[in-house]
Design a protein around this ligand. Structure first.
Ligand code: GDP
Length: 195
């Protein structure tokens, strides 16, 4: 998709703050530092749009971006950051559970994992959670540029096996550095948003 306009609409913690517009929504989830902000910025052709509140230790909010006036990206705060307190982790869990289970406009979740390493226990938990609620998942394995091309297949296989990816779920090889996988990621998103 040619993104001509993208901007942040709101940082929300509860449903009353979610945007009212009835447009398709794609949420983006992944562990802290996996490359989620870089993925969003690459997809939207923006350098510093996603950044501010997704950093560990900052306020945990759902950041809604509006794209070409027709869909939302929802940046979910990263998980698995060791220094987050139990209380903060619980608040995070409650916030995302509410969003994922109640938001009717949500069409799919892009789950971002690091191609270099096997998915973490938190990644597996997130994938299982989405499957449990029957929310469509697009898995994006990013930082592909950090792995030699000849080893991509081997690493993708580890991602598939560790998450126990179900047949039919899309797995996209990606690099925010080179733009690899950008068209494929957009095509996977369009499939679910009908845009
Ligand atoms: P977030 O915490 O998930 O939002 O992660 P960021 O997008 O801030 O990325 C974390 C670090 O990984 C930064 O230093 C990025 O420059 C780097 N990074 C993210 N994506 C890629 C990628 O595709 N390739 C490479 N080489 N580095 C990346």
């Amino acid at each position: 998709m040619k993104v001509t306009k993208s901007e942040i609409v709101i940082s929300a913690v509860k449903p009353a703050q979610y945007p009212q517009e009835d447009m398709p929504e794609i949420a983006l989830a992944g562990r802290s530092n996996v490359g989620k902000s870089s993925f969003i910025n690459k997809m939207l052709n923006r350098k510093g749009l996603a950044r501010i509140s997704s950093k560990p230790g900052k306020t945990q909010t759902l950041n809604f971006y509006i794209i070409n006036e027709m869909m939302h990206f929802v940046d979910v705060p990263g998980y698995g950051y060791a220094k987050v307190s139990k209380k903060e982790r619980e608040a995070w869990g409650k916030m995302i559970e509410t969003y994922f289970t109640s938001r009717e406009q949500l069409k799919a979740v892009v789950l971002i994992v690091d191609l270099r390493h096997p998915p973490t226990a938190d990644d597996v938990m997130m994938y299982d959670f989405l499957k449990h609620y029957e929310i469509p998942v697009i898995i994006v394995a990013t930082k592909a540029d950090k792995i030699p091309k000849g080893k991509w297949d081997k690493h993708l296989k580890v991602v598939k096996e560790k998450l126990e990816i179900e047949p039919g779920d899309r797995l996209v090889l990606f690099s925010s550095e080179t733009g690899l996988g950008k068209d494929e990621a957009w095509s996977a998103i369009h499939y679910f948003t009908n845009t």
